[in-house]
Design a protein. Structure first.
Ligand SMILES: CCCCCCCC(=O)SCCNC(=O)CCNC(=O)[C@H](O)C(C)(C)COP(=O)(O)OP(=O)(O)OC[C@H]1O[C@@H](n2cnc3c(N)ncnc32)[C@H](O)[C@@H]1OP(=O)(O)O
Length: 217
């Protein structure tokens, strides 16, 4: 959540391309990054911090200001889904979503996809480790991107998750995905989360079914 997204593709094989949204020099990106910073800072700040009452008031003031400038949810959703392909609001890669890491997923020339990130305190499960549900979220989404990269995508019907070893916070992680096969409407996709040393912490096998939910208009 807190390491700035690396959009350079450094560490990716030559010819890799970003498939998910990349940061823009836009006020909404800066505001969302600041909100991520606030989430982490609230978890880290001294519980005895004498100014927390004022912090609560100021944050509520900011929320009220944003709410006053919000269109109807339906209109906002039409706007969100107005683009093509890449989204900026999902909970994994969305640059406009403060709960997204945000992860940038690259398409590799060998047909697989990969994202690199360091997960920190807001996503803690066991002490010093990534929450298992967060690992499943990262992998579900990455497999979805792998399907897009392979040219045939759908909705998750099953995600079988195997937790091999605790996934460390504060260390660079690699999130991998690859479409394995397509059989009629059924798409099988695999992925894993590895440490920088290549140790597999979590692996998944996903079954996706080629079906779309219509975009709001
Ligand atoms: C880039 C963006 C990436 C985003 C990635 C995010 C991915 C997500 O989070 S998607 C959201 C989570 N998933 C959902 O909400 C899906 C909810 N479920 C559904 O909509 C449907 O049940 C769905 C799509 C899984 C199946 O659709 P439906 O049209 O009913 O399929 P149906 O005709 O019954 O089955 C098609 C085939 O799949 C099989 N199948 C369907 N569901 C399952 C299942 N859960 N397990 C095993 N097989 C299944 C059927 O047996 C059938 O097989 P066959 O052709 O051999 O007879």
């Amino acid at each position: 959540m807190t390491t700035p997204a690396d959009t350079s593709g450094a560490g990716m094989p030559a010819g890799s391309v970003p498939l998910t949204s990349v940061p823009q020099d836009a006020p909404v990106d800066r505001a969302t990054a600041a909100a991520r910073r606030v989430v982490e800072a609230l978890l880290l700040t001294d519980r005895a911090n004498a100014n927390l009452e004022r912090v609560a008031e100021e944050l509520n003031g900011i929320a009220e200001h944003l709410e006053q400038h919000a269109p109807a949810v339906r209109d906002r959703m039409v706007d969100m889904w107005g683009g093509e392909g890449v989204t900026r609001h999902d909970p994994v890669t969305g640059l406009e979503n403060a709960i997204a890491l945000p992860l940038i997923v690259y398409g590799l020339p060998d047909g697989s996809v990969r994202g690199e990130t360091t997960v920190t305190i807001p996503y803690q499960g066991p002490p010093g480790c990534v929450h298992g549900g967060v690992s499943a979220l990262l992998l579900d989404h990455t497999l979805g991107v792998a399907n897009m990269w392979a040219g045939r995508d759908g909705m998750t019907a099953q995600l079988n998750v195997r937790y091999h070893r605790p996934t460390p916070l504060f260390e660079p992680l690699q999130i991998n995905g690859r479409q394995e096969s397509v059989d009629g409407r059924k798409i099988r996709t695999t992925g894993d989360i590895r440490t920088a040393e290549g140790e597999v912490c979590v692996s998944v096998e996903g079954l996706f079914v080629d079906k779309k939910v219509p975009r709001p208009r």
